[in-house]
Structure formats: structure tokens, C-alpha cells
Design a protein around this ligand. Sequence first.
Ligand code: NCD
Length: 305
Amino acid sequence: MRHDHLISAKQLSRDDIETVLDRAAAIADDPPTREAVLGLLFFEPSTRTKMSFDASMKRLGGSTVDMGSVETSSVKKGETLADTVRVVEGYADALVLRHPSEGAAKMASEFVDVPLINAGDGAGQHPTQTLLDLYTIRENAGLDDLTVGIMGDLKYGRTVHSLADALTNFAARQHFISPESLRLPRSVRYDLHEAGAQVREHEDLEAILPDLDVLYVTRIQRERFPDENEYREVAGQYRIDGDTLAAAPDDLVVMHPLPRVDEIAPGVDATDRAKYFEQAHNGVPVRMALLDLLLENAGDGGESA
Ligand code: NCD
């Protein structure tokens, strides 16, 4: 894999994805060493992404420096993102950035020489989530001849945009299920079309459910709605529970990037279909593999096994 920065899933070829996933799969048996420092810059809330990047860098033998919350950093004093990343670049060998503005990671990457990883830019992209999603799909359903349903907030969900882009590498059949108001943005649909993706859109899960290998459920991104009333109109509409899944194939894989609010009833958790906690745990080997590869390219922090 030869990328300086990871900003969008569109950058990833099938080969790139397989390189990361293969390395992730081998990590438990053959852990590489990277004594590098990773800078964590999270301008939006995060549990999984931030903690798993932190754990990953430490498990590689490196360490992390963390900007902390916006409230306690110099952002509060009016520092620009460009200045913040230029400063923190001097403290770290690679940077992970989450920011509420779409395009922020791309912009920030233009100011730094160390690898910068987009950990979510507004409603834009979240490519490392996609890598762990693909890892989970590969483990549970395989990546060939795949029919995937992606349901919920397709408009603001950045995990959706990245996953859909990446799945074009595998010629997956992609079904998008959402209310009309939360359909995929036109630009995302256009790019999928240009990439030759097989895309269909639905307002109901029912008709398509029996055909699915994977159902990827997402949270309605309340924080991105300009108007709270618009959120209330769609909240709670696309919830799945044991009854919903009665019509699903026995080997359906249910995924969710988490955090969930009420999209998946807790009763589903104990079933064999529920893979969302496993999915979250896969964040560590996958991010270890990615850091190892990016730092290897950058010529930093020790040797790979
Ligand atoms: C997602 C995100 O931040 O986009 N969370 C995550 O990283 N697992 C999904 C979400 O917040 O709904």
C-alpha cells in the first residue's frame, strides 16, 4: 500500500484493502513493532475510534499524544486547524484527525508531511471504520458474491459513504434502505454509479431482507441535522428486533459501527447474527495493521515483522 495520508475510502484499491486485512489477520501470531508516536486530534466525540487507535499504537510498542477535548485545547483560543496540525506534527510520527467539517482531513493533510488518517470528517468519510467493517465481513461472510443492505442515515452517515465506496472493489450488490429524506447524497450516488456499483434504494427493509448476506445498520446522526424537528420525524423508524429478523436468512450478519441508540433491539445481541461487538473489537488489529503499513511507508519507528 502506497499512501501518505488516508483521507477517503476512494483511495483504497482491492489490493490495498487486502494488504491491510491480511496483515491484520496475521497480527496476533506475528506482532510487528513500531516505536512511533501517534498524535490524536479529536474535535468530535469518540469512544471506539480514539481508544482503538490509542490501543493499537501502544500494542505496536509506540505511544500516543492526545490533544484532549476542544474545550481544554488551544482551539478554544481560536487556533486554526491548519496551525494545530502543523504544531502537533512536530510531536508525532503520524496524526489521526476527527473533525465536524467535511473536507477537514483533506485540508489538514495539505499542511503536514507525516501521514494523516481521517477518523471522520463531518458527514464525509470514515475510511478506517470501513477497513474494520470489511475485515468483519470477510471473517463472517466473505467478500465475494456479496449482497449487502445498508440501512438508516445514508445522508449524514460517513461510515456508509466510505463502506459503499470500498464495496465497489468487490462488485458487491448494494441495497440502501432509508426514509426518502435520508437517502444517499447525490454526489455519493454519482460516484458509486461512476465506479460501476450495483446500487438499489428502498424505503422498506422487508422486501429485500431475505436476499441479504449482511445488514449494516446505522444511527441517525442527530448532531448533523440542521433542524431538530427533522430529526424527530425520522427517529426510531428503522429499528430492527427479533421479529424483523424472522424473515432473514439464518446466516445473515448484522453489523453496526456503533454507538447505537435504539436501531437494534438488545434482544438481537445474544443471537449468532449479531457481529457489532466483534466488529468494534476488530478495530485494534485493523488499525495496528494500517499504522504499521503507513509508518513503514513513511520510514518511521522500527521494523515490521
Ligand atoms: C461512527 C462515526 O463516528 O461516524 N462511529 C464510529 O466511529 N464507530 C458512527 C456514528 O457515530 O454513528
